[in-house]
Write a protein that binds this ligand. Structure first.
Ligand code: DAH
Length: 339
């Protein structure tokens, strides 16, 4: 029986050496160590052996099993390495294969307009200022010469957080914050979100964007304001754009005006975008009210300034031909990736 074991061991290690695949190794394992394997059968037939022979043969079988297992494990490793080497030799990278498509987003139309306007004003020597969206009524109204009975302060129009804390209804409070902390000459613009208690529809949104502008220095006049806005309109909306002022009222400017630009879609002839008027309302503006300068610690006898506040959505809609404001906030990529 010992002879038989030795023979099995020899034959098995030979076939393990010659094996070319995992499958072959598996077959060998089953043939020798499986339920009906050669060594298993020997173990089973040990009942016929004498009490002295039994432990000796048992030992031999176990040793043989162990050796065969080890040989198989070893061979498996070798085969794995060979397989890898073969793959490395035969596989090559096809550099002409198109790569996986990566979807890159696009800049939101509102951000695009803000960026363009920033660019124009940076070119004219302005800096970008910033202020909080959660603002106090002190900055949003009081510092801006807006009395407590002014309709803009109504609960219906403004989101109040407490009596004194609100969501800013305009970017104008940044004017006051800047004037309090900087000395003239001041030349800033401030883009940002503003909030009004409006119901969302095609032309209104409770949150929208404005760009505020403020210049304070000695001898600033309405001509500077008009020249600046003309430059802004030409650079942002096209060289042929014209600008006109209409008298208006804002508490924080005197005199105040609303500025229209000639329709940059039809050139002023009248179209759907300008509602056949040839002009599009662009912004509110004026000469900074002496009370505002005084409130912020600037002497109106020495300094004067102009300011303007411009809605961003309206420009984006006219420029990109968007006829419903809501589209700008729905985050539908099918819409947004067109711009
Ligand atoms: N804050 C005004 C608004 O939201 C717009 C405005 C008008 C801003 C005149 C100004 C200005 O700076 O001078 O309607």
């Amino acid at each position: 029986m010992e002879e038989q074991i030795k023979k099995i061991q020899e034959n098995t290690s030979k076939s393990i050496k010659q094996a070319q695949s995992k499958q072959e190794l598996n077959d060998i394992r089953v043939k020798v160590l499986g339920k009906k394997g050669e060594l298993t059968l020997i173990l089973r037939s040990m009942g016929s052996l004498s009490a002295e022979e039994r432990p000796i043969v048992g030992n031999k079988v176990n040793e043989a099993k162990k050796e065969i297992e080890e040989l198989i494990t070893q061979k498996e490793k070798e085969l794995k390495i060979k397989e890898l080497e073969k793959r490395l030799e035969t596989e090559n990278i096809d550099i002409t294969e198109p790569s996986k498509k990566i979807n890159i987003g696009s800049i939101h139309p509102i951000t695009q307009i803000i960026d363009q306007i920033k660019e124009v004003f940076l070119g004219m020597g302005y800096s970008i200022a910033d202020g909080p969206e959660v603002e106090t009524s002190h900055y949003n109204f009081d510092q801006l010469n807006t009395p407590s009975d002014h309709p803009a302060r109504d609960l219906q129009d403004t989101f109040y957080i407490t009596e004194d804390v609100i969501l800013r209804t305009q970017t104008s409070p940044v004017q006051a914050r800047v004037m309090e902390t900087q000395k003239p000459p001041i030349k800033i613009i401030c883009p940002g979100a503003v909030y009004r208690s409006d119901t969302l529809d095609a032309t209104h949104s409770p949150v929208f964007h404005q760009i505020e502008g403020l210049v304070v220095d000695k001898n600033i006049t309405m001509t500077d304001l008009k020249g600046t806005l003309e430059m802004f309109a030409k650079k942002c909306l096209g060289e042929n754009t014209k600008i006109r002022f209409r008298p208006h009222h804002f508490p924080f400017t005197e005199p105040s005006a609303e500025a229209d630009v000639s329709c940059f879609v039809c050139g002023g002839k009248g179209c759907r975008v300008c509602k056949q008027e040839g002009w599009i309302e662009l912004l509110g503006c004026g000469m900074v009210h002496p009370n505002v300068l005084r409130n912020c610690g600037i002497d109106p006898e020495v300094y004067s300034g102009f300011a303007f506040g411009c809605g961003v959505e309206r420009i984006a809609m006219a420029k990109f031909g968007i006829d419903d404001l809501r589209l700008l906030y729905e985050n539908d990529v099918r819409f947004l990736k067109q711009f």
